[in-house]
Design a protein around this ligand. Structure first.
Ligand code: ACO
Length: 336
């Protein structure tokens, strides 16, 4: 097992004020019902942003909580990496707006696009930058305002997604208080992508290849499109690969893991992943029922939520596994 270089020092999350239940969606005229959504996905509600709840606002609120838990000030942050598919502006990165809002004047800041694997990839970039000596303290955020890019008339997709932000402070182990276990930190990291499958889950228009136009709006190509069944198959396969590889790299078995925190896409994917790895669901954290699929925000929101619930006491070995559009997937084993 490698000696950790970086550890997670603080977590926090923020969601919009308004929760929208499955019944609310049906009442708004969408041809769906609570039983279908719960049975197929496990989702009961999701949060939806108001115009003043931008990606910068949600990210900054989550970041402040993570910084408070880690006991650091904005001036100590060397790097901000923000995983998202829904930046406030296409130029510049939302990470710099978060930097300005926090007053993190010394930080390098950029966004990272890896869809639902956004936080996991960002955490891996943070670990790498810490390993090379370019950073000691990194703010890693996963955040989305997906409600602005889903088609609220398409029941195949809109019921699945939600808005929110999760933040983590990742630091070099040299900042650990004296006497803390040297075992604490990131024990393994694994990531993969497969761009051949990019159009199974994508947003066709809005980039430079297909700019917004009346024809785009008429065909509703500005919104997320998904081949649900195909995505499901690949998600189950990729999550299984992710779990196996991170454990192999850390020379651990599923029995060593205290808690798995998977990407919260839907309970059927999570249960299939747990079954593959031989995890009883009591060792798997699930909160998709309350938040829906918040893409890049899902794992850091779940981590912060799990910590608030007392599920991640000191010494806990956590396995993270993510899967997202691209496709992108990956995993991490972390000792808290
Ligand atoms: N309410 C009611 N009925 C619905 C709804 C809805 N919200 N959505 C679809 N249906 C209907 C369909 O129209 C279809 O009706 P039909 O038989 O009359 O044509 C029927 O339900 C079955 O549809 P399927 O798409 O075959 O349903 P399936 O069992 O495959 O479940 C689902 C659909 C939940 C989307 C599933 O495919 C899935 O979970 N896929 C993975 C999606 C996902 O998690 N994506 C994100 C992961 S990656 C990431 O996070 C970026």
């Amino acid at each position: 097992m490698k000696r950790p270089i970086a550890y997670i020092a603080g977590t926090g999350y923020a969601v919009p004020r308004r929760a929208v239940t499955n019944d609310d969606l049906a009442a708004q005229g969408l041809e769906t019902n609570d039983a279908w959504i719960r049975d197929r996905t496990g989702i009961g509600q999701r949060y939806v942003s108001a115009p003043d709840e931008t990606l910068t606002v949600l990210s900054t609120n989550a970041a402040r909580l993570a910084m408070a838990e880690a006991g650091i000030t904005a001036s100590e942050i060397d790097l901000i990496v923000l995983g998202t598919a829904t930046p406030d502006h296409l130029l510049p990165a939302t990470a710099v707006e978060v930097q300005a809002a926090l007053g993190a004047g010394r930080a390098m800041a950029f966004d990272l696009g890896a869809a639902c694997s956004g936080w996991l990839y960002s955490a891996q970039v943070a670990e790498g930058m810490i390993a090379t000596g370019m950073a000691e303290t990194v703010l890693v955020i996963g955040a989305e305002v997906l409600s602005t890019i889903v088609d609220w008339t398409d029941r195949n997709t809109c019921v699945l997604f939600g808005d929110g932000a999760g933040a983590t402070i990742i630091r070099h182990v040299r900042t650990l208080p004296r006497g803390e276990s040297r075992e604490r930190g990131i024990l393994s990291s694994y990531g993969r992508s497969d761009g051949n499958l990019y159009d199974l889950l994508w947003r066709p228009a809005g980039g430079v290849a297909e700019p917004f136009s009346d024809a785009v709006y008429a065909a509703r190509r500005q919104y997320v499109r998904m081949e649900g069944r195909e995505v499901f198959k690949h998600a189950v396969r990729s999550m299984a690969d992710a779990v196996d590889r991170a454990l192999d790299m850390a020379k651990l078995t599923p029995a060593d893991v205290d808690l798995m925190i998977p990407h919260q896409a839907n309970t059927r994917i999570i249960e299939a992943t747990a079954k593959h790895a031989g995890f009883d669901m009591s060792r798997v954290f699930v909160n998709v029922d309350r938040f829906g699929n918040t893409s890049a925000a899902s794992i850091p929101i779940a981590l912060a939520d799990a910590r608030q619930q007392g599920r991640v006491p000191e010494g806990t070995l956590v396995l993270f596994a993510a899967f997202g559009a691209g496709f992108t997937w990956g995993s991490m084993v972390v000792r808290f």
